[in-house]
Design a binder for this molecule. Structure first.
Ligand code: 13P
Ligand code: SF4
Length: 303
């Protein structure tokens, strides 16, 4: 089937199933274009919370769909490809976190949403890249904070707040492909360009940035800046969203290697199959969902 036929079938199935399609900013261009909403992890979980649809077709990676399933226990949450995981989320297991908590019994556990439901369930509060600084700032200064699992985001937050955090040694392999030496070379080649990056980048890359933000924060900043050339330090899928949103600007990828293979597993065909077969359903057992929901809700309450 060609893309037009697939899109027509998708529209039919969405009506039949009363489904909404949410897509992360890193999805393939055609998947982003077929979605009702595109956004960052925070924006998509807020959309999931407020949708009136009975079915959420979540085009992103597993932890994002799982977050939607936790927030919306009365809805069916589907993911087009069950293998779309996040390697960083797999860098912390409940057993490892229990051991670490045992070593820091008084620490407040702040967990990045790029984590499993079981790890969220053991956490005090969640955060995304869009609100990590605010979430950590909401923890009283005299309390220790254990930040899980992204050491790069945690290090960025610690520097922003001038406050030491206990960092879990997880990282995003995709963002760590972006190298400071490549960014420096690009800056020398494009002296008028500004550099924007995601806080999952390494500290030496972040140090070169004119602005650091979540994926949707990057879209907003690029739209508002007067700069006409922007070097982009994040996963390559964002380039589609940026070019669509700011067609008058030139976007330069910081690294051609910043490709998240998991994010690219979802396709138009798989979206159609998913709604046809109502597969793959993402569910979270109630005893895990309840404490995980509390940690997510605490995050959503922080303004
Ligand atoms: P955002 O929440 O900024 O969209 O990032 C999610 C992610 O997985 C980044 O790699
Ligand atoms: Fe996970 Fe990195 Fe892919 Fe985001 S880009 S989903 S953090 S592996």
């Amino acid at each position: 089937m060609g893309d037009e036929k697939l899109l027509e079938r998708l529209r039919e199935l969405k009506r039949e199933r009363n489904a909404v399609v949410l897509a992360h900013n890193y999805q393939r261009p055609e998947v982003q274009d077929a979605a009702d909403f595109t956004g960052d992890s925070l924006g998509l979980s807020q959309q999931a919370a407020r949708t009136a649809a009975g079915v959420i077709l979540f085009c992103g990676v597993h932890f994002m769909a799982e977050t939607a399933a936790i927030i919306c226990p009365d809805k069916s949450v589907l993911i087009p490809d069950p293998n779309a995981g996040c390697p960083m989320a797999n860098m912390v297991t409940p057993r490892e976190l229990a051991e670490m908590k045992g070593r820091h019994p008084n620490a407040v556990v702040v967990t990045y949403v790029n984590s499993s439901a079981a790890v969220k369930a053991m956490s005090d509060v969640c955060c995304t890249s869009a609100n990590a600084v605010k979430v950590v700032a909401s923890v009283p200064r005299d309390r220790e904070v254990l930040f899980v699992p992204d050491q790069s985001l945690g290090d960025y937050v610690a520097k922003q707040l001038g406050r030491p955090l206990i960092l879990w040694p997880g990282y995003c392999p995709t963002h760590h492909h972006i190298l400071a030496k490549d960014v420096r070379e690009l800056k020398a080649r494009h002296p008028d360009a500004l550099f924007v990056c995601h806080p999952e980048c390494t500290a030496d890359v972040i140090a070169l940035a004119d602005h650091v933000a979540s994926t949707s924060g990057m879209v907003k900043w690029c739209h508002e800046t007067t700069a006409k050339q922007i070097i982009v330090g994040t996963e390559l899928g964002l380039l589609h969203r940026l070019r669509k949103d700011s067609p008058d600007k030139a976007f330069i990828e910081a690294s051609p290697l910043a490709d998240c293979p998991n994010m690219k597993l979802n396709t138009l065909e798989k979206m159609v199959w998913s709604l046809e077969d109502m597969a793959y359903q993402v569910t979270v057992p109630p005893e895990v969902a309840a404490p995980a929901r509390r940690a997510i809700e605490r995050m959503l309450e922080i303004k």
